[in-house]
Ligand binder design. Sequence first.
Ligand SMILES: Nc1ncnc2c1ncn2[C@@H]1O[C@H](COP(=O)(O)OP(=O)(O)OP(=O)(O)O)[C@@H](O)[C@H]1O
Length: 342
Amino acid sequence: MISIKGLSKLYKTKHQDVKAVDNVSLDIKKGEIYGVIGYSGAGKSTFIRLINRLEEPSNGEVLINDTNITGLSVGKLRKERQKIGMIFQHFNLLWSRTVYDNIAFPLEIAGVPSRERRDTVLELIELVGLKGREQAYPSQLSGGQKQRVGIARALANDPDVLLCDEATSALDPETTDDILDLLVSINEKLNLTIIMITHEMHVIQKICHRVAVMDQGKVVEHGDVLDVFVKPQSKTAKRFVQQLSPLEHKQDTLHRFITKDENSEVVKLHFIGNDAKRALITDVIKRFDIEVNILQGSISPTQEGAYGTLYVELKGAANTIQETTQYIRTSGVEVEVIRDVT
Ligand SMILES: Nc1ncnc2c1ncn2[C@@H]1O[C@H](COP(=O)(O)OP(=O)(O)OP(=O)(O)O)[C@@H](O)[C@H]1O
């Protein structure tokens, strides 16, 4: 649905040239929530603003439903932008207009007749959970409510895609989760494609189907969220995943279980999707003459299923330990033998 080809943005400043976005190519499918994550300065905001041409690209193309956004005249771009909603970190509401009038604004610009406009605004107010606050001004709203107005306004012209630029970064964790839940429900109800720029891995984990990791203007890794969480390849992705995994910080506590004794082995098990729900440890204990000592574990949900990590100590005869790890592997769970903790 969205095809981004060789997209680049070079800022020329007095002192230096900055490649904010460097030859990015991505395909985003209809109805998916696509996350783009990166640290500050990675080029995320520039990237998302290139999609609707709030920034002009230096190179490359953006195709939305086969329309080449990069090639459109100003007039045609204005029309096409109605199909691309956008929400912002600081909401960008019109402070002198009520909730109702903020949401009606893009419909006024699009020349929608007042009767139809009213129906759409009331429907959107209901959709984002702001019934009863129609006549409030932005200054009278909480951050979460302001973002709900932003979302309703972005949906007013029934867009094909919603661009979210750090849409939850100004919100507290609880309100962030409420807004993320709202975005998921809108994605499901309207089959709306959502592109989500963020520096928070929690956002990616909670709502995205696929993710691209940006560093210094480049996409250094992209794929299904579950794959990137379970097996991050790039240094940047690994750092992000570690942020979310409290276990990685506690690895030093594993030290005392790691010995040179061949009758004891510490292993890390990776569970993905339905594997995370299986009673594998019970199964292993029943099958093998082995002691299983659970050291640490966690399960994390994502949009595409759960993934989990479990550290266990296996105690028994060396060949039984080997048979056990082999059995676990053949049952589809990845096993990593931990010999050293760094
Ligand atoms: N208008 C501009 N002129 C010159 N350089 C710019 C401009 N906008 C962004 N940059 C530079 O481009 C790079 C990417 O910036 P961008 O804001 O896209 O990153 P980001 O990942 O969104 O970071 P943040 O989350 O901090 O905004 C940075 O080095 C930034 O200084």
